[in-house]
Write a protein that binds this ligand. Structure first.
Ligand SMILES: Nc1nc2c(ncn2[C@@H]2O[C@H](COP(=O)(O)OP(=O)(O)OP(=O)(O)O)[C@@H](O)[C@H]2O)c(=O)[nH]1
Ligand SMILES: [Mg+2]
Length: 177
């Protein structure tokens, strides 16, 4: 689990982006702390700006909670602990194959699968293969036909329904004939 401490008075730096990238690559849970909040001018405007910067520069951790803190004044530090507990439990969560099938049915009816080499791509089912981090496999007749944007759409729908707040998930594709 990573607590990514950002200096709220400084904004997001390239170094912060690198650190966040490493956290995602190693599939660790993540919380952003906007620290030094005690000396932030115009907190409302600054908060909005930092949130939009996070969305733009740290889009790959868009599921990570954000907490404003002050290390010096020891403000809101205790708010971190229940969030850590929540992420630990999100990382251990298991979704049944029946629930996954309902999800896939809803996704494919809303966003039809493309053709691949003139053939209809099908998803037969999707199943969770592990936890910490949660990882899933999509079984398809043409795995290469399910491109990045469609996989990201599946991840978004997965999170809309099952949360997985604060944790990366992995989605793999496998051939099934
Ligand atoms: N006002 C305020 N100061 C803080 C807080 N947390 C840490 N500091 C102060 O910030 C200083 C260290 O932080 P930074 O200099 O940003 O540390 P750093 O980011 O590791 O180092 P730099 O790369 O030099 O920025 C110390 O003087 C701390 O007392 C906080 O919540 N509020
Ligand atoms: Mg600093």
């Amino acid at each position: 689990m990573a607590l990514i401490v950002l200096d709220a008075t400084e904004g997001l730096t390239e170094q912060d982006q690198k650190v966040a990238g490493i956290v995602e690559r190693y599939a660790k849970g993540a919380i952003f702390l906007l620290n030094k909040w005690d000396i932030v001018q115009e907190p409302e405007i600054t908060y909005k700006r930092l949130i939009s910067d996070l969305e733009r520069k740290m889009w790959f951790l868009n599921y990570a909670p954000v907490i404003t803190t002050s290390g010096i004044e020891k403000k809101r530090i205790t708010k971190i602990f229940p969030v850590i507990d929540e992420i630990i439990s999100e990382r251990k969560k298991r979704i049944t194959t029946a629930e996954m099938n309902r999800l896939i049915r809803d996704i494919t009816s809303g966003a039809p699968l493309p053709l691949f080499k003139g053939k209809q791509v099908k998803i037969f089912y999707m199943t969770q293969i592990k936890t910490e981090p949660p990882a899933f496999v999509i079984f398809s007749n043409y795995p290469e036909g399910i491109k990045g944007p469609y996989v990201r759409h599946i991840e978004k729908c997965l999170r809309d329904r099952f949360s997985f707040r604060g944790t990366p998930v992995r989605i793999y594709k496998k051939l099934k004939t």
